[in-house]
Design a protein around this ligand. Structure first.
Ligand code: PAF
Length: 288
C-alpha cells in the first residue's frame, strides 16, 4: 500500500524507519505516465524505501506558461504509484515548500542553464534546481532518479550535486516512447489527434539524426533539420531549437566531435510546447 503524506512531519517516520537502508526519491509534478512508471520501477529495484514527490512547482513556470492548466490528477497518480510499489507519496503544499514566500536565495545554473531550454524559458532552471535542492533536503535520499527525457535538467542536477558537494547518487532512466516514437510526457494530453500526428516530427527528426551518427555532427544536424523543416513548412509546428550538444556542459558539438552527444529538440505544436532528445555516440570525425 502506498501512503500519502502532505507534510515533512508526516514523512519523518518513514525516513527514520529506513535510516540505515537505501532510500530513493523520484520527483514529479504529477500527471504520471509510463515514463514515470519506469523511474518508479528502477527506484523500487534499487532501493529499500521509495518516496515519490508530487509538487507542481510555481517557481519553474514563466508568466505565460501553463502553471494554471498543468494537469493535476492526484487520484490517478496514487493508483499508478500503488501499482509500482511506491512506499510513500509526498505531496506538499506550496506553503510547506516555500515557507518564506518567494525565495530570496535560489540555486542558479550558470552558463549551462542559459542555453536551449534556459534560453527559451528564462529562469526555468533556477526554478528547477531550487526545487530539486529543496526536495532533496526534505526527503533526504541516498539516490534520486531522473528521466533522460529532460536531458538538460538531468545534466544540471548532476552538476549541482557535484558542485555543491551533495552526497546523493543521481541515476538516469531512459525515455519511454509510444509505439510510433512520441516521447511520453505529461503535456501530451494537451494534444488533439491532429497535433499529436504533427508532434511525431520531433522523434522522427531525432531518429533521422541517429542514422547519421557515423558521419559526423554536421550530417546528424542536417538529417534532423530536414525532417523538422518539412514539419515547419506545414505551418503546424514552430521550432524552438535543434541542437547537438556535449552532455557534460551542453555546448554545441563541433563538426569534428566524436564521443557522447545529445541531440535535443524543442518545438511548439498548437499551444503545447514539447521537448525530446536522443543520446548519440558519434563515431567519426565527420570530415565532409
Ligand atoms: O521533471 C520534472 O517533473 C520537474 O522539473 C521536477 C524535477 C519534478 C522539479 O519540479
Amino acid at each position: 500500500m502506498t501512503a500519502l503524506v502532505h507534510t515533512r512531519a508526516e514523512l519523518q517516520p518513514f525516513l527514520e524507519g529506513f535510516a540505515n537502508r537505501k532510500r530513493g526519491v523520484v520527483m514529479t509534478m504529477g500527471a504520471l505516465h509510463e515514463g514515470h512508471l519506469e523511474l518508479f520501477k528502477r527506484a523500487r529495484h534499487d532501493c529499500d524505501l521509495v518516496v515519490v514527490t508530487i509538487f507542481v512547482n510555481p517557481l519553474q513556470f514563466g508568466p505565460n506558461e501553463d502553471f494554471d492548466r498543468y494537469p493535476r490528477t492526484l487520484d490517478d497518480d496514487l493508483k499508478l504509484c500503488a501499482e509500482a510499489g511506491v512506499d510513500v507519496v509526498y505531496a506538499p503544499a506550496v506553503e510547506e515548500v516555500y515557507p518564506g514566500g518567494q525565495p530570496i536565495v535560489r540555486v542558479t545554473p550558470g552558463a549551462m542553464g542559459e542555453v536551449l531550454e534556459g534560453e527559451f524559458r528564462p529562469g526555468f532552471f533556477t526554478g528547477v534546481l531550487t526545487i530539486v535542492n529543496k526536495l532533496l533536503n526534505l526527503t533526504d535520499p541516498d539516490v534520486a532518479f531522473f528521466g533522460q527525457k529532460d536531458a538538460q535538467q538531468l545534466a544540471l542536477v548532476r552538476r549541482m550535486v557535484l558542485d555543491l558537494n551533495m552526497p546523493i547518487e543521481i541515476v538516469s532512466v531512459p525515455t519511454v516512447r509510444d509505439e510510433d516514437g512520441l516521447a511520453k510526457s505529461s503535456r501530451n494530453r494537451y494534444l488533439s489527434p491532429e497535433e499529436r500526428t504533427t508532434a511525431l516530427a520531433l522523434s522522427r527528426a531525432l531518429f533521422a539524426g541517429q542514422e547519421k551518427a557515423t558521419e559526423g555532427a554536421d550530417a546528424v544536424r542536417d538529417a534532423a533539420t530536414a525532417v523538422l523543416k518539412a514539419a515547419v513548412a506545414t505551418g503546424r509546428l514552430d521550432l524552438d531549437y535543434l541542437a547537438l550538444v556535449d552532455p557534460r556542459d551542453f555546448s554545441e558539438a563541433p563538426p569534428t566531435f566524436s564521443g557522447e552527444t545529445v541531440l535535443a529538440v524543442a518545438a511548439r505544436v498548437g499551444t503545447t510546447r514539447l521537448i525530446d532528445n536522443l543520446p548519440l555516440t558519434l563515431t567519426t570525425h565527420g570530415a565532409r
